[in-house]
Structure formats: structure tokens, C-alpha cells
Design a protein around this ligand. Structure first.
Ligand SMILES: NC(=O)c1ccc[n+]([C@@H]2O[C@H](COP(=O)([O-])OP(=O)(O)OC[C@H]3O[C@@H](n4cnc5c(N)ncnc54)[C@H](OP(=O)(O)O)[C@@H]3O)[C@@H](O)[C@H]2O)c1
Length: 335
């Protein structure tokens, strides 16, 4: 197939393009930043500079390249650091998820492209009630934190628009597996604390596994929403010490909710203490997806082995056991 990948130069795009080519597909890959065209070409795709927020340019690019399938992986998250003003930080990404989606869908309609796959998000979106792990049929959070409303609305819009058009929305977990993953520096510097009891559940996904699921989705004839997450949704108090250890960092600090709210905002507090995880059962069942890294436990170690070597820290037996001293105290306290 001729596959048009919007956002081919990004974290997931650069993993996806080689996997598509390995499967025998021909790839047209778009980039936005000057200089990223070479990155796309080196992966074996035909590079095209494209601003997804320019509908005329999107129309031209799609009509001229005549793809049989379109995958949208465009986000604007490279400089993300301020989670307190969440919607402000995600504003451009939200525009890509709404206006960018509209432009691609219009171009796809005109060009007769019926296979559509778009990047969505699973973690921290499901209703914060009931069991810890949610399927695609479970309700989304009806009352997200005020600072995240625009971002939640944009993801809802994208999920609906793409599936209404007969396409697939992939609700990925939190990406990891690249040397510049956003969590690395804050965790290394102990700036990423466990908040409260750290009971909020995260769903992670290694970038290679996310790319593999995306290839299966674009080869699939159906439409729908899939959670693309690993097998082990886990509370922050479990995964964060393991990540710190994998990076060779000291165990994470602990902050009470009020302090974390002050520094990082309500959205982060809710993610850390109340969020629910996502189930990957549907993607495994319907797409035949198999994970190379079924759990972040081995995934973090595989991804960051060289990062830990680059910045050695004193070994910590508690963190090695996947349990911080704080957690031990808390569990003793709970018991
Ligand atoms: N599920 C998740 O957890 C998740 C999802 C997305 C991103 N992230 C993380 O966020 C960080 C940054 O992501 P990233 O490295 O992929 O960078 P990014 O800035 O989010 O860019 C992603 C892709 O979108 C393209 N793009 C940006 N603005 C565009 C526009 N207006 N029109 C068309 N294309 C546009 C980029 O092109 P250029 O490269 O040419 O600028 C790139 O190909 C990474 O650590 C990543 O893992 C996490």
C-alpha cells in the first residue's frame, strides 16, 4: 500500500516508518521542522514538508501523492513542560487534533482514501470511578480537571470524527523507549515525586509496540477505537521507583497532594492519585497484536539501560526491589 504518514519525523513516526517499509508498504512521510526531511528520507520514506493546519496544503499533498491509507501522528509536544496550564501547553496539539484532523479527513474524502488511522490517547481519560482498568466501551471522564477540558474535548472530537469516517483511533498509552522521553530528566533529577499514596493508574506503551499496533491497524479493514497500552496498568507508587532505578536515579520523593497541586497543578495530582488504566484486550483480540514489551517493568530496563550507564548513581536496594522506602513505610502504616 501507499501510506501517507503525517508526523513521520516524530517519536512514533520514526518507529512506524521502518516497520511499514519492512511490511512492504511504500511510505510518504510528512515533517514540519526545517531539517527533519532528511530524517524522514533516511528512514526510507518520501519526505514532504507539511503544516497540517493549512487545509489547502493538506489537500494538495494528499491529492498529489495518491495514498491508499493515511496515518496521522502529528502532535506539537516537543517542548512540553508546563502541566499546570495544561490546555495552554496542549493548545497547538489540540488544534492538530481538531483542525488538522478535519483537513486530513476532507482531503481523504476527496481523494477516495478509506483507510485512516489516527493517534489518540488512553491514559488519564477514563472515568475515575469503579475498577482500575477500563476498556474502550467504558465512559470517559465526564468531569475532567478544568485546566484539561480543551485537551479532553479535542481527543473526544478526534475519536468521533475518525471513527465516523470509517477509520481507527488508536488510544496509545504513555510513550517510552526513546533517549529523550519526557520523563527521563525529571525522574533523574528527583523532580517527579510520588503524590499522596500514588494510587493513580498509568498505562504505558513502548514506542516499538505502539508502531507495531499501528501497522496492524492500517492493514485492518475495520473501524473503531483501540487502546494501545501494555499488559500492566500500574499505580504511580509501583512504576515510578522502577523507572528511577532503571535510570540509575535515586528513589522518587513523596509530596502530599497540596504541595504537588502548588507546584504542578490539579491535573498532575489527579493523574497521580485518581486516574484509571486501560485494557489492551480488544487490540490483541481483533488486530492480532503481540507485544514485545508486555510490561513497563522489562521495557524501562531495556529502553534505559544505556541511559543509566551514562549517569551512574549509587544503587538503592529498596528501589531495586521496585519499592521505595516511602512505600515500605506507607505499607507498614496501611497494614
Ligand atoms: N502517547 C504519548 O505518550 C505521546 C504522544 C505524543 C508525543 N509524546 C511525547 O512527546 C514528546 C514529543 O513528541 P515528538 O518527538 O513526536 O514531537 P512533536 O513535536 O510532538 O511532533 C510529532 C510530529 O508531528 C509533526 N508536527 C508538529 N507540528 C505539526 C504541524 N503543524 N503540521 C504537521 N506536522 C506537525 C512533527 O514534525 P517535526 O518533527 O518536523 O517538527 C513530528 O513529525 C516525545 O517524548 C513523545 O514521546 C507522547
Amino acid at each position: 500500500m501507499r501510506v501517507f504518514v503525517a508526523g513521520a519525523s516524530g517519536a512514533i513516526g520514526t518507529r512506524l516508518v521502518p516497520q511499514l517499509i519492512d511490511r512492504g508498504h511504500e511510505v510518504i512521510g510528512t515533517f514540519r521542522s526545517p531539517g527533519h526531511g532528511e530524517r524522514v528520507r533516511a528512514l526510507g520514506a518520501q519526505p514532504i514538508a507539511l503544516d497540517l493546519l493549512d487545509p489547502g496544503a493538506v489537500r494538495k499533498a494528499v491529492l498529489e501523492t495518491e495514498p491508499e491509507a493515511i496515518i496521522n501522528q502529528a502532535t506539537a509536544l516537543a517542548d512540553l513542560s508546563d502541566f499546570k496550564h495544561f490546555d495552554r501547553s496542549f493548545h497547538q496539539t489540540n488544534r492538530l487534533r481538531t483542525e488538522g484532523t478535519d483537513a486530513l479527513l476532507a482531503a481523504a474524502r476527496e481523494a477516495g482514501v478509506r483507510r485512516l488511522v489516527t493517534q489518540s490517547f488512553a491514559s488519564y481519560r477514563y472515568a475515575r470511578e469503579g475498577g482500575p482498568v477500563k476498556s474502550e466501551d467504558d465512559p470517559l471522564d465526564p468531569a475532567p480537571v478544568a485546566a484539561t477540558r480543551e485537551s479532553n474535548d479535542a481527543m473526544r472530537y478526534l475519536d468521533q470524527a475518525v471513527t465516523d469516517a470509517g477509520g481507527i483511533a488508536l488510544r496509545y498509552g504513555v510513550f517510552y523507549g526513546a533517549p529523550n522521553d519526557g520523563l527521563i530528566e525529571p525522574v533523574r533529577k528527583r523532580q517527579f515525586p510520588i503524590v499522596g499514596k500514588g494510587g493513580g493508574i498509568s498505562s504505558f506503551i513502548h514506542l516499538d509496540d505502539a508502531a507495531a499496533a499501528t501497522v496492524l491497524a492500517v492493514e485492518d479493514d475495520g473501524a473503531g477505537i483501540y487502546n494501545i497500552v501494555d499488559d500492566e496498568p500500574a499505580p504511580m507508587r509501583e512504576w515510578l521507583p522502577v523507572l528511577a532505578d532503571a535510570l540509575g536515579a535515586k528513589p522518587p520523593r513523596r509530596f502530599p497532594r497540596w504541595l504537588a497541586r502548588l507546584f504542578a497543578g490539579e491535573a498532575v495530582v489527579v493523574m497521580a492519585t485518581e486516574a484509571r488504566g486501560a485494557s489492551n484486550a480488544k487490540a490483541k483480540r481483533e488486530l492480532g497484536w503481540k507485544l514485545r514489551y508486555p510490561s513497563w517493568r522489562e521495557g524501562f530496563r531495556a529502553a534505559y539501560a544505556s541511559a543509566a550507564l551514562a549517569e551512574p548513581a549509587k544503587p538503592d536496594p529498596a528501589a531495586r526491589a521496585g519499592l521505595s522506602q516511602y512505600q515500605r513505610k506507607e505499607r507498614q502504616h496501611d497494614a
